[in-house]
Design a protein around this ligand. Structure first.
Ligand code: ATR
Length: 283
């Protein structure tokens, strides 16, 4: 059989997903392709999205990914939503099977897989003290996945306390403390793992860091989910302070690995793809 996968989102012209999934197909010894279905938000959006989804139904895909800004928008168009995606409130992967569309979210799990790959001991120590910076959609996925995987000590620091409080209440995290970004700066070294989930530090606004890094050491792991640039200023500062760092591009590969697994039941090894992706991002 020939697998047909795709991606919806906007803008997606420079997406690396076709490269990643076509490589997975090759590695798995399967035939197929991965196409981009860009849905522009600028023109009479509400009608257009529904029309485009109707057109997509005719493509007879085996599965597709959903990226910004449609991870929530897609939900009413699905026949079923998996428990994890429902709890996260966003879908990034859809399986199309027997005429039904079923939504999943592989972001949180992909993040955790990539983290454990880089730091295997993280998976075994549920008592790690974790600080999440940010309280948007990305933070929500990671927070949910970490908490259902048994991590007990997760604090949240966000510019707006209200959004962090909403997340804490949503997942009934009684142990979670809420910090301002200033407070986080002052106590950062107390955390084994610090996860940056906001867009601050992305290429368009490169140079900014959400917090300044003072007293970190090799005891601290600093993780940034941004992958353009590969090394954000936050990661560079953390590295210079002596902390161990975890790069965002690895999450991109592992969330894709899990999506591919949902579509094909095959888990492909990432191995050399980390370096190859790095070269593409830096080139
Ligand atoms: P995503 O879905 O990508 O996580 P989002 O839902 O818009 O995006 O969330 C953005 C996150 O980045 C929020 O935590 C936001 O903080 P607020 O809740 O205070 O808005 C954070 N964020 C964005 N720009 C920021 C900035 N310049 N400084 C600090 N935090 C910022």
């Amino acid at each position: 059989m020939e697998y047909r996968f795709g991606l919806i989102g906007y803008p997606i012209k420079h997406s690396l997903s076709p490269w990643i999934h076509e490589k997975f197909l090759q590695k798995a010894g399967l035939q197929g392709n991965y196409s981009l279905y860009e849905i522009n938000t600028n023109e009479s959006f509400a009608d257009k999205f529904a029309d485009k989804i109707e057109e997509l139904k005719n493509e007879n895909l085996n599965g597709f990914n959903v990226t910004v800004p449609y991870k929530k928008t897609i939900i009413p168009f699905l026949d079923e939503v998996d428990k994890e995606a429902e709890a996260i409130g966003a879908v990034n992967t859809v399986i199309c099977k027997n005429g039904k569309w079923i939504g999943y979210n592989t972001d949180g799990n992909g993040y955790l897989r990539s983290l454990i790959k880089a730091f295997p001991t993280v998976g075994q120590d549920k008592n790690l003290k974790i600080l999440i910076l940010g309280a948007g959609g990305a933070a929500r996925g990671i927070l949910y996945t970490l908490s259902i995987n048994g991590f007990q000590h997760i604090d949240l620091a966000n510019r707006t306390e209200e959004s962090a409080r909403a997340l804490k209440e949503l997942y009934e995290l009684d142990n979670t403390s809420l910090l301002s970004l200033k407070e986080a700066e002052n106590v950062m070294e107390k955390y084994d793992l610090i996860i940056q989930t906001t867009s601050v530090g992305m290429k368009s606004i490169e140079g900014n860091t959400i917090v300044s890094i003072n007293r970190l050491s090799e005891k601290n792991i600093v993780s940034d989910i941004i992958y353009q640039p590969v090394e954000t200023n936050l990661l560079r500062n953390a590295k210079n302070a002596g902390a161990r760092i975890h790069y965002g591009h690895t999450m991109l590969l592992y969330q894709a690995q899990y999506a591919f697994e949902l579509w094909t039941n095959m888990r492909v090894a990432i191995n050399e793809m980390e370096t190859e992706l790095l070269e593409q991002l830096e080139g």
